[in-house]
Write a protein of this length. Structure first.
Length: 310
């Protein structure tokens, strides 16, 4: 029995050492992979936000631009994502950030603050990319999911996703869009009339009643503003077009609060471009609040000309 227990102990020891060594090696390569992937040395315009700008602005319509907007990304995630990116060598001069009514609703908070509403991508943005002492602990919950992913990304504990990333790095084929917290520009066609009606119905149910404004998201938008200002990077807030029947679902109080926020931002020298009432053909929309591919072509040219004169 003693011999058996001894063998078990030796096996556990060797296994533990093996895992530690693999984790250290994996973590070392992972850090180099992420640093290699984030190459913004030639990028001058960074497009960020949620799905609105993810589909609205084609980076090819701008000089030296990257669109790394991510669906459902709130400002509280964008802040840390942007902070992490800008700490690496970069030549960013302008940041184009999505800006709409839904960005300031309390529902956005749960994506960042509620551990039960965490998925892999939001975890990586939320925890893996900033230092522990930089984490506003009063804002974040912890969970088993967090603990596991902390081991994976901060300590380099092997996982399929991290090892796949490392393999791309070792093969010299890694890019910024391989990182799970980085989105990319997407093009879509028009959805069906039935799907369109469902979106309008849901929007009227949600935005027709009074949604509470999020102090957290508003605070993080101003943190983004301050961070960019210190780096002499211009912040451009872009409110992309909305179909009239979608905007009509938004209650008056929400609209008024949005207008008040716009005025406050302008007073802080933030550049705000509100295209929500831009008249467009329905085929320019994927759905009532997202542009289609041809809508994106038109809108990207419009924004590029208005902001950069090109």
């Amino acid at each position: 029995m003693k011999l058996f227990l001894k063998k078990i102990a030796v096996f556990a020891l060797y296994t533990g050492v093996f895992i530690i060594v693999i984790s250290l090696v994996n973590g070392y390569i992972l850090k180099k992979a992420v640093k290699k992937a984030i190459n913004l040395s030639t990028t001058e315009t960074l497009i960020l936000g949620d799905s609105h700008l993810e589909v609205a602005l084609d980076p090819n319509k701008f000089n030296n631009a990257y669109n790394i907007a991510n669906s459902s990304e709130p400002y509280s995630l964008t802040y840390y994502k942007l902070k992490y990116l800008l700490e690496n060598k970069n030549n960013i001069k302008d940041v184009l950030l999505g800006f709409s009514y839904h960005n300031f609703q309390v529902g956005q908070d749960s994506i960042t603050l509620d551990a039960s509403n965490t998925n892999y991508t939001t975890f990586v943005t939320r925890y893996a990319l900033f230092e522990i002492d930089d984490t506003p602990s009063q804002d974040f919950e912890t969970s088993e999911f967090y603990t596991y992913n902390f081991l994976v990304w901060k300590l380099g504990f092997p996982s399929f996703k991290t090892m796949k990333l490392n393999l791309k790095y070792l093969r010299g084929k890694i890019s910024i869009h391989d990182l799970p917290f980085v989105g990319s520009y997407k093009r879509y066609g028009r959805i069906t009339a039935k799907e369109n009606d469902i979106i309008i119905k849901n929007a009227c149910m949600k935005y027709g009643r009074q949604e509470k404004n999020s102090k957290v998201q508003t605070a993080y938008l101003f943190k983004i503003k301050d961070m960019l200002s210190k780096r002499n990077i211009k912040l451009h807030l872009i409110a992309s077009p909305l179909e009239t029947n979608y905007k009509n679902c938004v209650n008056t109080k929400m609209l008024n609060e949005f207008e008040d926020l716009k005025k406050e931002l302008v007073q802080h020298q933030v550049l705000v471009y509100d295209y929500t009432e831009l008249a467009l053909d329905k085929n320019y929309y994927k759905d009532p609040h997202h542009l289609s591919g041809i809508g994106s072509d038109y809108f990207s040219d419009l924004v590029s000309k208005e902001i950069f004169g090109k």
